[in-house]
Design a protein around this ligand. Structure first.
Ligand code: ADP
Ligand code: MG
Length: 252
C-alpha cells in the first residue's frame, strides 16, 4: 500500500536549473569540520574517522555510503549526539555538540533528532501508538496532545488501520513505518537513518525510501541515510562515501 503522505511541500534542491542556488540559499543544519574518531581496541587505537568535513542544508537529503566498518554508524552517532568525536567541530541546528554533557546530549536528541534504525528498535511491549507517544514524552505537552500527534504521525505514514497493534503483529515494512512515524512525530529538523532498508525485501525497501523522501519533503527536515542500498540514489540530493576515514566522491 502506498503511504498516505502529504504532497511535497518543499522544492528539492537538485530540481533547480541553478544547481547550487537553493542549496546556497538554505541555512546549514549540519556542519562538520575535521571530525576525527578512534576506538581503543586490545591491539591499540583503531582510527575510524580521520578528518570529515560535511555541510548539509535544511531540507537536503544525503546518502552516506561506504563498506561495512567504514564508520557510517559512527558518523551518524556523532551527528545525533550519541557519541562525541575526538577532534574537530560538530554543529547541528546551531548547537556545538562537542561540548555537550550527557544530560544536554539527551535533551538535544529528544528535540532535534529523529533516528531510524535497521531493525526498527520498537519497544515490543508497546503498541504503535504508544511507541510514538514514548518519543514525544520528553517534549512535554498534554497527554491528549501527544496522543493526537502520535495518531496523526501514524496516519501520515499509512498506518491508520494499525495504530493499536503491537510490533509483533506488524510486518517488517509496517514496523519501519512506525519507526519513521516515531522519528518524525516531534518534527525534528534532522532525520538520521542507519541502514533503514537493510532488513527489508526489495519492494518494501523502495516503499520505505519513498516514504523517507515524502516525509522530508513534507517536513523540510535534513535527512542523512547510511546505506548500501543502490536504490537510495533516486531518493536523495547527494551521495557521499566514507573511505579510509574521509568523505570522498561528493556529488552535489
Ligand atoms: P559502519 O557503520 O560503516 O559499518 P561503524 O561506524 O559501525 O561502521 O564502525 C567503524 C569501525 O569502528 C569498525 O571497525 C567497528 O568495529 C569500530 N567500532 C564501532 N563502534 C565501536 C565501539 N563502540 N568500540 C570499538 N570499536 C567500534
Ligand atoms: Mg553501521
Amino acid at each position: 500500500m502506498e503511504p498516505d503522505v502529504a504532497k511535497p511541500a518543499i522544492q528539492r534542491p537538485c530540481d533547480s536549473a541553478a544547481h547550487e542556488g537553493p542549496r546556497a540559499a538554505a541555512p546549514a543544519v549540519i556542519d562538520l569540520r575535521g571530525v576525527a574518531k578512534h576506538y581503543d581496541a586490545a591491539a591499540g587505537p583503531v582510527p575510524v574517522l580521520a578528518g570529515v568535513d560535511l555541510t548539509i542544508v535544511q531540507g537536503e537529503a544525503v546518502a552516506l555510503k561506504g563498506v561495512s566498518g567504514s564508520g557510517k554508524s559512527t558518523l551518524l552517532h556523532i551527528l545525533g549526539a550519541i557519541e562525541r568525536p575526538d577532534g574537530g567541530t560538530v554543529n547541528v541546528c546551531g548547537q556545538d555538540l562537542v561540548g555537550l554533557d550527557a544530560r544536554a546530549q539527551t535533551s538535544f536528541r529528544a528535540r532535534q533528532i529523529g533516528f531510524v534504525f535497521q531493525f526498527f528498535n520498537l519497544i515490543p511491549t508497546l503498541t504503535a501508538r504508544e511507541n510514538v507517544i514514548a518519543a514525544l514524552e520528553p517534549l512535554g505537552g498534554t497527554r491528549s496532545s501527544r496522543d493526537e500527534t502520535a495518531v496523526c504521525a501514524l496516519r501520515s505514514v499509512g498506518l491508520g488501520d494499525h495504530i493499536d497493534k503491537y510490533p509483533a503483529q506488524l510486518s517488517g515494512g509496517e514496523q519501519q513505518r512506525v519507526a519513521i512515524a516515531r522519528a518524525v512525530a516531534k518534527r525534528p529538523p534532522v532525520l538520521l537513518a542507519d541502514e533503514p532498508t537493510g532488513a527489508l525485501d526489495e519492494t518494501t525497501a523502495r516503499q520505505v525510501l519513498a516514504l523517507l523522501d515524502a516525509v522530508r519533503r513534507e517536513h523540510g527536515c535534513a535527512v542523512v541515510i547510511a546505506t548500501h542500498d543502490p536504490a537510495v540514489a533516486a531518493h536523495v540530493d547527494r551521495v557521499v562515501r566514507l573511505e579510509r576515514g574521509r568523505l570522498v566522491g561528493e556529488f552535489p
